[in-house]
Design a protein around this ligand. Structure first.
Ligand code: FA5
Length: 337
């Protein structure tokens, strides 16, 4: 009999609790069922008049019901409080959290790291040099004396007191050879500056210089190392070709082309229908350069190369305007994360 009443009380209470929507109603409910004069308390008071067995049985039902109502009330109270907070602050706490947006490496930094890793596997150390240079390291020591027309090949930014902004990373060859004894293998990434500005040329851009000096270094070593590099960076099927060229600091000098990554050598707009893309300048170190760093030319031979990072990145990612690398538009940079 009492059990049936309690079961009915439970059902009513659960239904009521479900429909509560504010703190006032919640308090009314609490008083109604759990307060001093509440429904459950009334039964608890009556317990003492019951025989022992029944007291135990009904007592345990009452305690269990009281615990259940208290838990449900606490949950309901939290729910109502959260909703109130949402209305006050305009927050919807049920929405999933916003993830902080993570940055990524700049595409040029990624290419520099990738190239450094490729040459690292061949035993090349990474070195650096200053961006503000003297004419001596940038030109003279590289076999480009003051009167030499080759100085005009690279439109130079002159600073006060005779300093310049380096026009290429080749002065790092000189600085390294003055610091270290041969044999050596280095690559040197860095910013360089030229008075140039169009869709393929930027006044500030990046180069990577490479230099290997040893007792028996031949033109085949140059070809082998640079072919390995091209296949690692542009893919195993990439073909390379070497064309004669001129740099004052190498003799003989070459330019290396790779088969066009867009049309695989068939000819397209990007490679001007030739099937080839030029990616770097290179050559055997000129004896005059070895003389300027006091390396014995009867003992030592070497090859050097220099490549433009933006050019490599433009080919690799099919980008036709160099300025995109420096505008720092997020939608552009996010493509390389
Ligand atoms: C040189 O700078 C030589 N120092 C390379 C070298 C090193 C040859 C060692 C032999 C031995 P060049 O002026 O061609 O060479 O420039 C190299 C590359 O830099 C070019 O192939 C091109 O990719 C890139 N480059 C040149 N000017 C610009 C510019 N204004 N903006 C972006 N890239 C440029």
């Amino acid at each position: 009999m009492v059990e049936e009443e309690l079961q009915q009380l439970r059902e009513e209470a659960l239904k009521e609790i479900e429909s509560l929507s504010n703190l006032e109603d919640l308090n009314v409910f609490r008083l109604k069922y759990l307060g001093k004069k509440g429904g459950l308390t009334g039964y608890l008071k009556k317990l003492k008049d019951l025989p022992l067995e029944e007291k135990k049985r009904i007592g345990s039902i009452l305690n269990e019901l009281k615990d259940q109502l208290e838990i449900l009330l606490a949950e309901k109270e939290q729910e109502i409080l959260f909703k109130q907070e949402d209305v006050l602050t305009g927050l919807d706490l049920s929405l999933p959290g916003r993830r902080p947006s993570l940055g990524g490496l700049h595409p040029l930094t990624q290419i520099i790291q990738e190239i450094c890793e490729v040459f690292g596997r061949l035993g090349f150390d990474v070195v650096q040099g200053p961006e503000v240079e003297t004419e001596y390291y940038n030109f003279t020591a590289l076999n480009i004396p003051e009167w030499h027309p080759a100085r005009d090949m690279q439109a130079t930014f002159y600073l006060k007191n005779g300093a310049i902004l380096r026009t290429h990373t080749s002065p790092i060859q000189i600085r390294t050879m003055l610091e270290r004894k041969p044999p050596l293998r280095i690559i040197a990434p860095g910013k360089v500056y030229r008075c140039d500005d169009d869709v393929r040329h930027s006044p500030m851009f990046h180069q990577i210089e490479g230099l290997m000096v040893d007792k028996e270094v031949s033109f085949s070593d140059l070809k082998g190392v640079l072919t390995y590099f091209a296949k690692e960076v542009f893919g195993e099927r990439t073909k390379v070709r070497f064309r004669p060229s001129y740099f004052p600091f190498t003799e003989p000098s070459v330019e290396m082309d790779i088969s066009c990554v867009i049309c695989s050598g068939k000819g397209c707009r990007v490679c001007s229908e030739t099937g080839w893309l030029e990616i770097l300048g290179a050559g055997m170190v000129h004896p005059e350069v070895f003389r300027s760093v006091n390396y014995d030319i009867s003992l030592w031979q070497g090859f050097a190369f220099g490549l433009g990072i933006e050019r490599i990145a433009m080919i690799k990612y099919e980008i036709d305007d160099i300025r995109l690398f420096f505008d720092n538009h997020l939608y552009f940079l996010e493509c390389f994360k």
